[in-house]
Design a protein around this ligand. Structure first.
Ligand code: PMP
Length: 293
């Protein structure tokens, strides 16, 4: 993720990543009490463009607010610092990771110091570009009455890591978590869509992270005249779907081959997911939506 020359942004300053430090008594380290984002920058014909920069930083600030971490930067400042960071590191396409973390405090209580760091590195498609096999996790997503599920909180990712390890141990590529009531929720780091009879379906908000890519897929569906519905869907709906895909900033749009070893009948090439994958990549690269990739 970094080498000797990598520069990161920490609390108003650009520093060498190898020399930046964190207090070992940080509340974030001990309790997972922090918030973060995952953002991508794409090399377009008009130079490097951070995709949905404002939306991501707005969500970062919202996440901090939801869990009561006071934070004073504005979205505009954060976007500007991020473009500077990319320039300093000579990055034209990259993954960007801002993290708001807390200073030393062993109390299970409000933060008394708050910091931000932003780093960036070149990162290919997170789940690869092949179709993936999916395992129905034995872990459910955190219940919305247990936490602020719509916030991107560090501590939530223990649940994601457990699900991901379990799926890989069972020989699958990725996990699919249900919510605590047994309805389809999301992957450890991506949202789910599935296709049935020419229409798309996706789990409703309430038990998932409302993804920025998910919102982009809704916009693309509108533009491409694809019907998409949100609801509470049982795993059987996914088992009987024609095709399915995940979407997220890191994963982009990735096709799913099978769910619990049952292979989806529709060829990926012929699916709405494939069409949206093409449109998404064209959108982030600022090209014609249905241009050949
Ligand atoms: N769900 C979870 C749990 C995630 O971590 C992510 C990645 N941020 C997503 C969904 C997709 O969100 P986005 O499209 O905003 O990256």
């Amino acid at each position: 993720y970094y080498n000797e020359n990598t520069i990161i942004f920490v609390d108003g300053e650009f520093k060498k990543a190898s020399e930046a430090t964190i207090d070992l008594y940080s509340q974030t380290m001990h309790y997972g009490y922090g918030v973060f984002e995952g953002i991508r920058v794409y090399k377009t014909e008009n130079g490097p463009k951070i995709f949905k920069a404002e939306e991501h930083y707005e969500r970062l600030l919202k996440s901090a607010e939801l869990i009561h971490i006071p934070f004073t930067y504005s979205v505009e400042e954060l976007v500007e610092k991020t473009y500077q960071l990319l320039k300093i590191n000579n990055l034209e396409s990259a993954y960007i990771r801002p993290l708001i973390f807390c200073g030393p405090n062993m109390g299970i209580s409000k933060a008394n110091e708050v910091s931000i760091m932003i780093c960036a590195w070149e990162w290919g498609a997170y789940l690869g570009d092949k179709l993936i096999s999916l395992y129905q996790s034995s872990f459910c997503r955190p219940h919305p009455r247990s936490t602020k599920i719509e916030a991107k909180v560090c501590g939530h990712y223990v649940n994601s890591i457990l699900a991901s390890i379990e799926a890989k141990d069972k020989g699958f590529d990725e996990a699919l978590l249900l919510d605590c009531d047994g309805y389809l929720a999301e992957a450890p780091g991506a949202n789910l869509f599935f296709e049935k009879d020419g229409q798309l379906f996706t789990p409703q908000t309430g038990n998932i992270l409302p993804g920025i890519t998910r919102a982009t897929i809704f916009d693309l569906c509108k533009e491409l005249n694809i019907t998409v519905s949100e609801g509470a869907y049982k795993p059987e709906m996914l088992e009987n779907a024609d095709s399915a895909f995940f979407c997220g900033t890191a994963a982009e749009v990735v096709g799913i081959k099978s769910f619990n070893s049952k292979v989806f009948p529709l060829e990926w090439q012929d699916s709405l997911g494939k069409k949206l994958q093409t449109a998404y990549l064209n959108l982030v690269l600022e090209k014609e939506l249905l241009a050949q990739i």
